[in-house]
Design a protein around this ligand. Structure first.
Ligand code: EPZ
Length: 428
């Protein structure tokens, strides 16, 4: 199995450049189907989830041309298939965005049912509620979900839960529906706004993204465009934590500081110094880390995807912190792995009570999911001695060149290649 071998205990110093946002990219790539033309996407992160999306687009009949590491041209003119091959859609949970995009363009889509994952159940009832409101019927057969409409029409939809996926999927399905759609109680994450901006650049009429209500006037046709994806807020937050837990001094470049505010304000409260520039933040930590309480919430609340990383930081803080997971039912599974490093964390349901310790001990660990895996990397960087992290395919789904980026900050980290015959684990 591939693994990271990390010798920690050194403050990270220097500059790191943040890549494009994974959660915007995995929605924008399927959305290119709506163009029925050529789109050039810039600032695409070079991560395996993006590779999986591009493979699906190619398999559907799109022409995909790599211009450089972060720029791809996708021509969706000749797509005729509306079924995403099962084994491909299973590689990535966000393949549900192919439902909205295919439904929006062709009035039908068949995609494998997204399974549960290690964050707890991940239903898509709110996605289906929006599709049904627009006139589509859905059925599940042999693990595949089939959604069809003879004609999509705009409608008012009030979501019962604030959902990133359902908000984006509803936008994808509605942009070419007849009439006006009003989406209420929507998610407001930066990547929602990015997807809306991309759709508008392709000729859609989407207003209000970033607020609680999105209004969409259906257009007859959309077209190709050139678009640059926003920087990844969570990747940025991850390197901010790396600087904080190692007592380092890191300039995190290519960020939108406003998107980082929910993270910045908590880190400052914990005693980390953060200086904001136009498109960068400098993170330094000299004194002790202090305990604090966090509850994860939809944007602009504290992002759930930063929860494992903040938990690692607070594991090293003076005093008792309480972290409450407000989005996912089961997002503390990684704590068992972290306990190998001598952390003192008690989990009861969605609440973790963290008693800070003076230092983390190096240990072998297994990445349990993407962000938890990143949190383990940061914990290993803080621990004096050699730690190993296995099942790193989870981490590589969402972090571009993590080894090179950390090495650039002075970290001692190596990626050990897999021996013959190792199996890639299913992504979540
Ligand atoms: C997105 O997942 C992200 N993934 C997740 O990031 C992130 O944790 C999550 O949003 C919350 O911010 C992508 O963007 C690809 P939701 P998504 O729909 O869209 C419930 C990462 O680490 N719900 O906002 O699947 C659901 O169970 C990943 O990058 C319903 O009940 O999340 C959850 O409790 C992990 N019915 C809550 O809403 C639905 O139909 C929020 O889920 C949909 C969701």
């Amino acid at each position: 199995m591939e693994k990271f071998v990390i010798r920690g205990g050194k403050p990270l110093m220097g500059e790191v450049t943040i890549s494009g946002a994974k959660n915007a990219a995995v929605a924008i790539l399927p959305a290119t189907i709506l163009a029925g033309g050529k789109c050039v996407l810039e600032n695409l992160p070079s991560i395996s989830d993006v590779g999986a999306c591009l493979d699906i687009l190619s398999a559907m009949g799109a022409q995909v041309r790599t211009i450089n590491k972060h720029t791809v041209e996708i021509d969706t003119t000749h797509i005729t298939k509306t079924m995403v091959p099962d084994e491909m859609s299973r590689q990535m949970r966000a393949s549900y965005y192919f439902i909205g995009a295919l439904l929006g363009r062709f009035g039908k889509a068949t995609v494998s049912m997204p399974g549960g994952c290690n964050l707890g159940p991940r239903p898509i009832d709110q996605h289906l509620k929006a599709f049904a409101a627009f006139g589509a019927k859905d059925s599940v057969d042999n693990g595949m979900i089939d959604v069809q409409a003879s004609e999509l029409h705009g409608e008012e939809v009030f979501f019962d839960t604030v959902s990133v996926g359902a908000t984006i999927n509803a936008m994808l399905a509605a942009v070419m529906a007849k009439g006006t759609t009003i989406l209420e109680n929507v998610a407001k994450e930066p990547h929602i706004v990015d997807v809306a901006n991309f759709l508008n650049t392709m000729g859609a009429d989407v207003r209000g993204a970033g607020t609680d209500v999105i209004k969409i006037r259906g257009v007859e046709k959309m077209h190709g465009c050139t678009y640059s994806i926003i920087p990844d807020q969570i990747e940025a937050g991850s390197y901010m934590v790396a600087a904080a837990v190692t007592g380092g001094n890191v300039l995190v470049k290519n960020v939108i500081p406003k998107h980082l505010e929910p993270i910045t304000s908590k880190m400052e409260k914990a005693g980390v110094t953060i200086e904001e520039f136009d498109d960068a933040v400098r993170v330094t930590r000299q004194g002790d880390l202090e305990a604090l309480n966090i509850k994860t919430m939809p944007h602009p609340g504290f992002p759930t995807d930063m929860q494992p990383l903040m938990t690692v930081m607070l594991a090293l803080a003076n005093g008792t912190s309480i972290v409450t997971e407000g989005i996912w039912e089961n997002r503390f599974r990684y704590v068992d792995e972290l306990s190998r490093m001598g952390v003192n964390i008690q989990v009861a349901g969605r609440v973790a009570v963290i008693e800070g310790v003076q230092e983390l001990l190096p240990a072998p660990m297994r990445a349990t999911d993407l962000r938890a895996g990143a949190a383990m990397v940061m914990a290993a960087l803080a621990a004096n001695g050699v730690s190993e992290i296995r099942e790193i395919d989870h981490i590589e789904r969402g972090y571009e060149d993590i080894v090179e980026k950390l090495k650039g900050l002075g970290a001692d980290i190596k990626r050990i290649e897999k021996p013959e015959g190792a199996v890639l684990k299913q992504a979540h």
